[in-house]
Design a protein around this ligand. Structure first.
Ligand code: LLP
Length: 440
């Protein structure tokens, strides 16, 4: 192996990233150019060591400061059977949002008592399943859901958290701001009292505590602290009013990751330190028994561990305007740039010439029939040629789960790499998959 980190963008790749004597990008001991050849492109590659390290980082950084912490992975960031299995092995819980995710959790044998279920519009069927399987918590989002659950629970005792909307701006993309007042998520402040009174009066509900999730991709800890202040103050009020002791507090997910060389959020340890100190201080001040804590990371566990490999095709230079470098994937396998714009900037390197100098300003476009089909709006890269393999960093979160068959694209294969071996965890779609559900 030659010296690592010659290309500064290597820090955006998983922790096992290195460069071999051929100047190829190597992940988990596997040459990514060889992976592209073996499995075809587009290909999503996840570093298993990095995935497990991120799970352990969360457990350690929160656990050592506050042993009563449960880390509950949000599979919406990356849902595959192999990933859920890995999460189960690492001892994390699961924070599902649909009956679909519940079904996958069941299929891989995930212990149901370690599953928690927020969502703003759960169907009766979803609630019935959650009740039937005795999942860890149903996170009740609104008053109609509360009424529906009381009816569905029947004679069973169902453990719930109430999702409070704390009215806090997380300073992230507006699509990912979920704890502001103008949001479809969570109980509005004016309904908190009614929700608590109704839930406490229902003999078939065990009200375990409160939940909030203020947003995703946060670089600042202050919004968490404000939300914790609001919810703990309220918990103290409810203790006085109803003698109700909050036993569990979930603070959602949301910690941001580094997608570009020039923007690095603070590490998990920084968030853990400030959050835990605040919970301890506020509980002391408000004379509350410190609750069990649930943290629900998605992005931070998987974003950096995953990359996408594409093959470069047509290069179109429009003199004085722009050079489009089109690859064999696009918005059908990663819609984040078209959906969130500059907020969702990602960077890439040429996997077959990692150390080459960046000389050309280009736009990385996909192959779909839409001008908005852009993966990277502008990036400096070495002079490219058709057949080059482009490795796009930070593709592990919210790319795979938001994929589509737009333009009848076949969704890519996914491999886990570790110790020089690649394991196919989802095969590439075939033409048969495209027509499987059709009826003539
Ligand atoms: N808990 C709840 C209730 C959530 O709604 C979410 C994310 C999480 C936890 C996990 O948040 P994370 O740690 O991943 O930030 N599609 C967007 C992200 C949407 C996030 C939705 N909720 C993107 O591509 O950036």
């Amino acid at each position: 192996m030659t010296e690592k980190l010659e290309n500064p963008r290597l820090i955006l790749f998983p922790q096992t990233a290195e460069v071999n004597a051929k100047d190829h990008l190597v992940i988990g001991g596997c040459d990514t150019v060889a992976l592209a050849e073996e499995f075809g492109t587009p290909l999503y590659v996840f570093d298993e060591v990095d995935l497990r390290a991120r799970c352990r980082e969360y457990k350690t950084e929160f656990g050592k400061r506050y042993p009563k912490t449960t880390i509950s992975y949000s599979p919406k960031a990356f849902t595959t059977s192999a990933m859920l299995k890995l999460v189960e092995e690492e001892g994390l819980d699961l924070d599902i949002v649909t009956g679909g995710e519940l079904g996958i959790a069941r299929a891989v044998g995930f212990p149901m008592e370690r599953v928690h279920f927020p969502d703003n519009n759960k169907s009766a069927e979803e609630l019935k399943l959650a009740v039937k399987y005795n999942i860890g918590h149903i996170v009740v989002d609104n008053l109609p859901e509360l009424d529906m659950l009381i009816k569905i629970a029947g004679r069973k005792k169902v453990r719930i958290l109430l999702r409070l909307n704390p009215g806090v701006d997380p300073h992230t993309h507006k699509y990912n701001s979920t704890g502001i007042v103008d949001s479809k998520f969570g109980l509005t402040r004016t309904t908190w009292d009614e929700a608590v009174a109704t839930a406490l009066a229902a003999s078939n509900l065990d009200v375990d505590g409160f939940h909030f999730h203020i947003g995703s991709g946060l670089f600042e800890v202050e919004p968490y602290l404000s939300a914790i202040d609001a919810v703990l103050e309220y918990a103290a009020e409810m203790k006085k009013k109803h003698g109700f002791e909050m036993r569990t507090l979930s603070i959602g997910g949301g910690i941001g990751v580094q997608y570009t060389v020039d923007t690095a959020p603070p590490p998990v340890a920084y968030f853990a330190e400030a959050i835990i100190n605040n919970i301890k201080d506020q509980c002391r001040r408000l004379k509350l028994t410190p609750p069990k804590l649930i943290v629900e990371p998605g992005r931070k566990i998987v974003a950096k561990a995953g990359m996408a490999l594409y093959t470069v095709g047509v290069i179109k230079e429009i003199p004085g305007i722009r050079t489009y470098v089109s690859v064999d994937g696009g918005m059908s396998d990663n819609i984040r740039q078209p959906m969130y714009g500059d907020w969702a900037r990602q960077e890439a390197i040429i996997a077959d010439r990692v150390s080459a100098r960046n000389t050309d300003k280009v736009t990385i476009s996909g192959k779909l029939c839409e001008s908005g089909d852009i993966l990277i709006k502008e990036i400096m890269l070495p002079a490219l040629k058709a057949g080059d393999i482009l490795a796009m960093a930070g593709s592990g979160a919210y790319a795979v789960p938001m994929q589509s068959n737009y333009n009848s694209m076949l969704r890519p294969a996914i491999v886990f790499v570790k110790d020089g071996k690649a394991r196919l965890i989802r095969r590439r779609e075939t033409l048969d998959d495209l027509t499987r559900r059709d009826v003539i």
